[in-house]
Design a protein around this ligand. Structure first.
Ligand code: 6PG
Length: 247
């Protein structure tokens, strides 16, 4: 039975980060209570960065059992960690340098290996089921590094957990989790902020345009929450907002 989908609209980007950070804590606490550990995939890009900073600050940070949290990434640009384009590098600056998390709990994507080798290597590290996957939404409807038109959709279904791709802004070689992994997650949380995302948020959430990768994320039995700020939600019909809808 499919899980539920919630669409939450908050006023500002700051409120989005706060809501997402509390949801992180709630889901991780439940996972640790149930299974003794939690596996979380962080999103790349700029939207989640405010949340990452909050997770590294009290009161939230000290409420999280970091020694029982394993952090992965949903995608990574194949650049050095020191590059401003590195998703891991940004998370290290915003969060990892501010929390007491064991090194063995950090699972960055091996972006400096040849992409095919990096994908194969990371597949061995990725859990069968994530407790929580954060995702962003690109203006072209991509999510993680699953881009429109890329043969990463049906062709990969059920076969691979991580694949190498090229695309995005910056246009780069990237590694990304596949839909097979995203749709097995217990919880998927999309974070969408800003006026420029209003059109694509409507295409995904109201029009359900299956040509858009973000519209192909449907956890088989997990829950999905979309958290949008008022600007990003500005083209969504009222009946879609702040409610739980069957998927
Ligand atoms: C990446 C991201 C990507 C991102 C969207 C939204 O590595 O590029 O994972 O999927 O989430 O492009 O990016 P912004 O949050 O910067 O708008």
């Amino acid at each position: 039975m499919r899980g539920k989908q919630d669409i939450l609209v908050v006023e500002t980007a700051a409120a989005l980060a706060d809501r997402a950070a509390h949801l992180f804590r709630e889901i991780v606490e439940a996972a640790v209570a149930a299974r003794g550990r939690s596996a979380v995939a962080l999103a790349g890009g700029s939207t989640p960065r405010k949340m990452h900073v909050l997770l590294g600050q009290d009161p939230i940070s000290s409420a999280i059992p970091w020694n029982k949290v394993h952090l992965f990434w949903g995608d990574e640009r194949c650049v050095p960690v020191e590059s401003p384009w590195s998703n891991f590098g940004c998370a290290r600056k915003d969060l990892l340098d501010h929390i007491n998390i064991p090194m063995e709990n950090l699972h960055p994507m091996p972006g400096t290996l040849p992409p095919e080798e990096g994908a194969s290597r990371y597949e061995k590290e990725v859990p069968e089921v994530f407790d929580l996957v954060f995702l962003g939404l690109g203006i072209d409807g991509h999510t993680a590094s699953l881009f429109p038109g890329h043969p990463s959709t049906a062709a990969q279904e059920g076969k691979r957990k991580v694949i190498p791709v090229r695309g995005g802004a910056p246009f780069a070689a990237r590694l990304t989790l596949t839909f097979a992994v995203l749709n097995r997650a217990r919880n998927v949380v999309f974070l969408v902020s800003g006026k420029k995302k209003a059109g694509v948020a409507k295409s995904v959430l109201e029009d359900r345009d299956k040509g858009l990768p973000a519209a192909q994320v449907h956890p088989v039995s997990g829950n999905m929450v979309w958290i949008l700020d008022r600007d990003a939600a500005s083209l969504l019909p009222q009946e879609l907002l702040n409610g739980t809808s069957p998927r």
